[in-house]
Design a protein around this ligand. Sequence first.
Ligand SMILES: NC(=O)c1ccc[n+]([C@@H]2O[C@H](COP(=O)([O-])OP(=O)(O)OC[C@H]3O[C@@H](n4cnc5c(N)ncnc54)[C@H](OP(=O)(O)O)[C@@H]3O)[C@@H](O)[C@H]2O)c1
Length: 337
Amino acid sequence: MKHVKTAMLGLGNVHKNLISILEEKRASLGAQYGLEFKIIAISDSSGIAVNEDGFDMAAVLDHKRNGGRVSGLKGYQGTRQQHILNELPLDLIFEATPVDLKTGGEALDICRSALIRGVSVVLANKGPVVQALAELEGLAKKSGAGIGYSATVCGGLPVLNIARRDMVCGDIRKLSGVFNGTSNFIFDALARGMSFDEALLEAQNVGAAEADPTLDIGGWDTAFKLLIIANSVLGANISLDNIEVEGIEEITDEMLIKEKERGNTIKLVANAEEGRFTVKPVLLPIDSFLGSCNGWEMGVEIHSDIYGIMYHKLYEKEPIPTAASMMRDAVNIFRNR
Ligand SMILES: NC(=O)c1ccc[n+]([C@@H]2O[C@H](COP(=O)([O-])OP(=O)(O)OC[C@H]3O[C@@H](n4cnc5c(N)ncnc54)[C@H](OP(=O)(O)O)[C@@H]3O)[C@@H](O)[C@H]2O)c1
């Protein structure tokens, strides 16, 4: 049995689900992969705690669910997270702290120093990946560490894995996707005759939109996902400036209602084709694959030279598939070591 000494940064929705999954799948992880993830460091916004014998994660989960913070745990070491991580004998860091898309934030520095010293990282936080994917992959290659970030693109929808693992020697001619639940909810509400503001409020009420939904509505959340896909599996080397981004602010209830009568709908679509990358609202038949990605569904359509046209769709309301994807990335890094 390989005991993977692990740090878990962030104890929010994603990592709470990851803890539950790691507990629930403990026996399968051992029997099928010879792996046990031993969490020796954990952090939240109050700082980091360390227990080199491994935390009782069910107890940590209870503590957190009852309003406790890491600062209230035995082994609390303060807020100098990166410094403390650098001193620990770690194999792996799970990173699911809030995203900083402008700089990558502290998470990027932590990933850099971990990979330099051969510690693998698995991220749900897209900040470091958006900012410095090529650099981080280079560091991982040099030190022999692993890097997994499949959860950063559409949570549990395995877009990156399908393209990388299942399309050997295939050329992707076109990739299109609906990657943003907030937009889906807004379009659905507009089609029922609501104004844009009412539709946004409804998206917030069902928990699809953040209090500040500007990244979703402006198309930027979708653009960041397209950026990661482009640089990770489409062989592009682009920045956000290379993506034409148009948000959904100009779409009205009248447009949606008129199009619905004609059997059409509008979706916020990310598209990569012939070196052109776009994110914009697109008119689609209601019964087309992307036109039928509604509510909590995300979908991707991949056209290739030798693997045909693939359609993949995921329904993800709670971030359980996102957390499972982090476990999957970690297992794939350590299963053959
Ligand atoms: N939720 C999803 O469906 C989903 C899907 C794909 C990717 N992601 C990405 O995954 C990441 C986590 O998402 P989430 O939904 O779990 O977020 P969340 O519920 O807001 O949790 C964030 C966690 O990070 C902690 N935190 C804040 N600042 C920190 C710091 N400086 N150091 C360490 N921990 C810190 C927070 O601490 P407190 O508990 O003290 O507030 C909280 O525990 C985000 O980057 C998100 O974009 C989320």
